[in-house]
Design a protein around this ligand. Sequence first.
Ligand code: PLP
Length: 498
Amino acid sequence: LDPEEFRRQGYMVIDFLADYYRNVEKYPVRSQVKPGYLRERLPESAPSDPEPIETILEDVQNEIIPGLTHWQSPNHFAYFPSSASIAGILGETLAAGFDVVGFNWMSSPAATELETIVMDWLAQMLSLPKSFMFAGNGGGVLLGTTCEAILTTIVAARDRVLHRIGRESIHKLVVYGSDQTHCSFHKSAKIAGIHPNNIRKIKTTKSHAFGLAPESFRLAIEEDLELGLVPLYLCATVGTTSTAAIDPLGPLCDVAKDYRIWVHIDAAYAGNACICPEFRQYIDGVEKADSFSFNAHKWFFTTLDCCCLWVKDPNALVKALSTSPEYLRNKATDSKQVVDYKDWQIALSRRFRALKLWLVLRSYGASNIRNFIRKHVDMAVLFQGLVAKDERFEIVVPRFFAVVCFRVSPAAILKQLYSSCHQHCPKSVGDDSVNDVNQELLESINAGGRMYMTHSVVDGAFVIRFAVGASLTERRHVISAWLIVQEHAHAILGRKNC
Ligand code: PLP
């Protein structure tokens, strides 16, 4: 690794990325390539001789960029955001540059210690109780994804209970979520050895805004107890993936406490907003939970991957996940004065993720990060207002954060059918037809490439999600996005005949 060559190529890569950001708005937001496009364009085998960075970057421009969906485009309103920032990208670069493998304290003390400090700082910003912080005998860890946070905490809860009731009872353990809980919960439970029949997806309803009703949770537990099963774990969500719905944490934790159930709170997306005092209420009750996680790589201007997990009882993680091969033995570990994060996660090796979070926190400061998030929410409010003013559309669920769920209303479709009717006009329009219109609308917008949104289906209704959160998005992008939606809706409704 020649430092001068590194400097030369490094400048070129940063220049390349700076140009990418300058031009990102010009690219079609959703990639327009066909499956297999890249195999057609790249050689069949790896080059046997070195190639210059100039040629490689040319190929990144010509072959790779067309196959990117531009998450950092100001017109990306799909999924949940992935908000990059200068500090996030450069923090990632620094960590990659050092390339330390911080599995335990000794393997890179700064990596471990910075992580404990940053996790305590974040806990303070979220007003988490002291019991989640190192000073309160809890603590935080940076993982890659929420899936890992759920898996590690299920495994910790599982082993704690199996220690009491015997390993042979694993088939009796039951875990609970709602029909809105992210699929990573199901996957994690399966990996943790929970029998697939014992993974509950409790039904939510529109009348509870798709939050998990505590009484439904209690009912499910009681039914399982009657069957001789052992309730283990609840994954409650603040900001569900479909509609950003909120499970009522306090009452759910109260139910869980009666049955000694581990409660994990998955606030992958919405947890970011909870650093703002006005949104903190949505995690009220967190003080009664066992663990809490959010993805800083979603809405905290930190690059993927960066999931922040806090637990009240790190020992439960360590008991379930610790390994102590001879080659890792060292005095610091033996002294029990240090955190060895390898025992808080699945893998042994780990990245120096704390560096990018530290850069983000220091470069912007808590108040600016809060203001960025508020600006995104304000833009979602703006979009919601535009939707509400157009009688052809309806808002499907209440908006809490920066996601607006909307659709062309059944009434608008019926009205269109009437206006084109010559004889036997229907009295109502079926759910499938409404869904078809909305699906067609979304696909036609996304195929155009000027903006990108995604959908969900709740209570049988196909819903279009408009999620604001890209770092470059401004009000003008939101306004033009709405004009695009109207333009496509006009064309599609105009083609509907009775
Ligand atoms: N939980 C929620 C509520 C999510 O919205 C998502 C992803 O969008 C996840 C979990 C999965 O996160 P990850 O990809 O970090 O596992």
